[in-house]
Structures are given as C-alpha cells and as structure tokens.
Ligand binder design. Structure first.
Ligand code: CDP
Length: 218
C-alpha cells in the first residue's frame, strides 16, 4: 500500500505494544521511526549513572544544567535503558518540564521528513498535534504486564511478574496525572485495543483506517 507523506502519532499506556507496532508500520510504509520513550529512558539512565537521582526520586539541579543547551548525548537504544531500574525512575523524570522540553526539541530535530511514525504519551497532543493520523493504544493490565515480563525474560533479566505489573500501573498513574503534558487521548485519535490481536491483525486494521481516511483505492 502506498501511504502519503504523513506523520503518524501513536500514544497509549505502558507496554501496549506501541513500539512494536510503530516499528512494523515504519518497515511496511518506509517511514522513519522515533521512539520518544527511549529518549526519556536515556535521560533517566544518564541521571542514574551520574548520581543525579536518589532512591526517593529527588533529582539534582545539575540535571537541568546538563540538559540546558540541548547538546547532551544520551543513550536511546540497547538493553540498559529498558531495565527495571530505569523503568522504576523514568516517570518522575519525564514529569519534569525541563526534561520534556529537552526531549521535545530532540524529537523535532531528529524527525527528518514528513514520513514519520512516533510513539509515546503526548505525541498526538503536544509533540505533533497536527499529525495526520493519531492512534491511541490500550490493552488490559494483565496482557501488558505479561508482554513486558516475557520481553525482560528474553533479554536475560530476572523479572518478577507482580513487580512488572505494579510498575506499569504506577507509571500509568504518574504519566496520566502529571501537570506537564499528561498522557491523554487526543480527541481526534483512533483507539486500538490490541488485548487479543496479533501485530498482523493490527496492521490490517490500520491499513483499513488509512484507506478510508486518505481515500486510497489500492
Ligand atoms: O515501553 P513502555 O511503554 O513501557 O514505555 P516507554 O514508551 O519506553 O516510555 C517510558 C516512560 O517515558 C513512560 O512511562 C513515561 O513516563 C515517559 N514518556 C513520556 O512521558 N512521554 C512520552 N512521549 C514517552 C514516554
């Protein structure tokens, strides 16, 4: 299917499969993929490695100074940013307005062309409010926790199911209740509940949506 030059914004709760789906769309439609959560995870890893965040989530002012000129190099891929240690502190870090503006600037400069699919919590509401296609992904808590648990196991980590579930719920709560750019469904977003869908079924669903919305006949 030939998809026009649009921006696709995918938002939703933790571990709803946004990244896997966004990567699949990027491959199938030849779009650039940007994982905004990886940037927040990268900032969190940087803060942890430099002793800028304490056990009780107190963040040192030095983090704001380090992010101020926008040139700091952060890790945005690999297993280190996906650990439970990073997951346990990323939401308080992502609630800080100066962290959000650092990441937003990066996302805008890294989005090279109009053919972008980006996933996160506030892409359709704040980062790309004019995105031509917005999706909001949901799935049951148990399904989400099971997926994340299996993902961590496959990476050789030793997750505890109840901890993974509690972490998802805690992050969802913080992400939805913070003042700066909270996780919320954009009014013009299409909801995708993939609790019992395969990735291929999701793809068929979104292709139908794109055909209808942009009048594609093939
Ligand atoms: O993969 P998962 O759904 O667990 O999370 P993620 O997309 O890697 O994002 C990690 C965390 O970054 C989230 O829990 C949010 O606290 C934060 N985040 C955000 O605040 N805004 C975004 N656009 C993306 C992520």
């Amino acid at each position: 299917m030939t998809v026009p030059d649009i921006t696709i914004a995918i938002d939703g709760y933790s571990s709803t499969g946004k990244s896997s789906f966004a990567k699949l769309l990027a491959r199938r439609f030849s779009f650039q993929y940007l994982d905004s959560g990886a940037y927040y995870r990268g900032v969190t890893l940087y803060a942890q490695q430099n002793g800028l965040i304490s056990e009780d989530n107190t963040v040192s002012d030095a983090l704001e100074a380090a992010l101020a000129d926008g040139t700091l190099q952060i890790v945005t891929d690999g297993d280190a940013i996906r650990s439970m240690k990073v997951s346990s502190q990323v939401s308080p870090i992502a609630a800080l307005p100066y962290v959000r503006s650092f990441v937003d600037r990066r996302l805008h400069s890294d989005a090279a062309s109009g053919r972008v699919v980006m996933d996160g919590r506030d892409i359709g509401t704040t980062v790309f409010p004019n995105a031509e296609l917005k999706l909001f992904m949901v799935a049951s808590d148990e399904v989400r926790a099971r997926r994340r648990y299996n993902e961590l196991l496959a990476k050789g980590q030793t997750p505890v199911f109840e901890e993974v579930l509690a972490n998802l719920r805690e992050r969802d709560y913080i992400d939805s209740h913070r003042e700066a750019s909270p996780l919320t469904q954009a009014p013009d977003a299409f909801v995708l509940d993939n609790s019992s869908m395969t990735l291929e079924e999701e793809l068929i669903w979104v292709e139908g949506l794109i055909r209808g919305k942009f009048g594609i006949l093939e």
